[in-house]
Design a protein around this ligand. Structure first.
Ligand SMILES: [Zn+2]
Length: 364
């Protein structure tokens, strides 16, 4: 087993650098033999020729092989963190979270609105304007819940009129300002991992979702939890999300083999039973769909078990990556087969004494 088997294929990685695909940020770095420099997949420098590149899972490995970090894309900064070209915008959003933004504001910062939109779409599954708007609504709701009056909550969060504030709450939360005092939103936060950024969603009642941000159909999943729990989804922070982040980081540093988080596993009785069976598969082991079906007392239901496995909303935590076909094949994984391989290798190796491990610690 070598570390590269846990990466996307070389062809996929080369394709990503040709297309400057930021979604694979943090998944690998590309080193150029002719210049001795390594880059993030989305680097804006001239695309190197196929025969001159070498791929590494981590910046640490590229450094160990004698390469230097590119000064343009700065691959040593935390994987999936805000890229340099957006740093100023994020600093402004954080300094003034309740400000209203227009495309003209982005232009005046020298940012192309369509490029900004693409980045937010790839990393948050929503446009930049939706991001700042849901953040502003989140702050206004916080303020209302802390006892503030409607007028201050509106004007202090960038609304120019009370009617605009009402309309916005109606559209995003389906409610009026006074009722928003009782509303419990599901909040969304980004979590950075060595396998790329993830999105976590949750709130007072627990965690609702944890998925890799580049997963196909993630926007659909958000719509689904919005319907399932009948709660609005907003960008914001919550203790359950920071605790999820902490436990995920411990998982990736090898210190944690089990999660202790309040999960909202809501589903049909069959789905809930399957997910609970998944939770019982020990770290570092794999079970087959058939084994799960047998344990549920439904030996003919292995297909339905497979489908339910794919409907899992908690990547890594509810370990659907530990389920394989009876013949030992890995088969599908919503977050990408290479991630499934990586997770299985990582868990197996992590159980070995340190000197026998071949997979490098996924440091960034
Ligand atoms: Zn670069």
């Amino acid at each position: 087993m070598n570390a590269l088997t846990t990466l996307p294929t070389e062809q996929q990685m080369y394709q990503a650098i040709v297309q400057r695909d930021v979604r694979l940020e943090g998944v690998f770095v590309v080193a150029v033999k002719t210049t001795g420099i390594f880059c993030r997949p989305g680097c804006k420098a001239k695309t190197p020729k196929r025969e001159n590149v070498e791929f590494f899972a981590t910046a640490a490995e590229a450094l160990a092989a004698g390469y230097r970090a590119c000064r343009r894309c700065r691959p040593l900064e935390l994987a999936g963190s805000v890229p340099a070209w957006l740093a100023n915008l994020f600093a402004l959003i954080n300094a003034e979270p309740n400000r209203r933004w227009t495309n003209a504001d982005l232009d005046s910062l020298g940012l192309s609105p369509s490029r900004v939109r693409r980045w937010f779409q790839a990393h948050y599954q929503m446009t930049f304007h939706a991001y700042v708007r849901t953040q502003r609504i989140g702050l206004a709701v916080d303020q209302l819940q802390a006892g503030s009056d409607v007028t201050s909550a509106a004007y202090e969060n960038g609304y120019e009129s009370l009617s605009g504030f009402r309309e916005s709450l109606k559209r995003w939360l389906g409610t009026v300002p006074t009722a928003a005092r009782q509303i419990e939103p599901i909040l969304v936060q980004r979590i950075l991992t060595p396998l790329g950024p993830m999105l976590a969603a949750g709130g007072e009642k627990g965690l609702c979702l944890l998925e890799f941000a580049d997963r196909k159909m993630l926007a659909k999943q958000f719509q689904r939890i919005n319907k399932l729990f009948a709660q609005p989804i907003l960008i914001g922070k919550h203790a359950v999300l920071s605790e999820t982040d902490r436990q995920i980081q411990q998982y990736f540093s090898g210190e944690r083999t089990q999660f202790d988080l309040p999960l909202r596993l809501a589903g049909t009785p069959f789905q809930t039973a399957v997910w609970n069976q998944l939770l019982a598969i020990p770290y570092g082991e794999t079970h087959s769909y058939q084994q799960l079906a047998n344990r549920l007392g439904k030996p003919t239901a292995s297909r339905a078990v497979g489908r339910t496995n794919g409907d899992n909303r908690f990547a890594i935590i509810v370990p659907c990556h530990r389920v394989i076909r009876s013949d030992g094949h890995l088969c599908g994984y919503a977050g990408g087969l290479w991630r499934k391989k990586w997770l299985l290798n990582w868990e197996r190796e992590n159980l070995l004494p340190a000197q026998q491990r071949q997979l490098k610690l996924p440091t960034v």
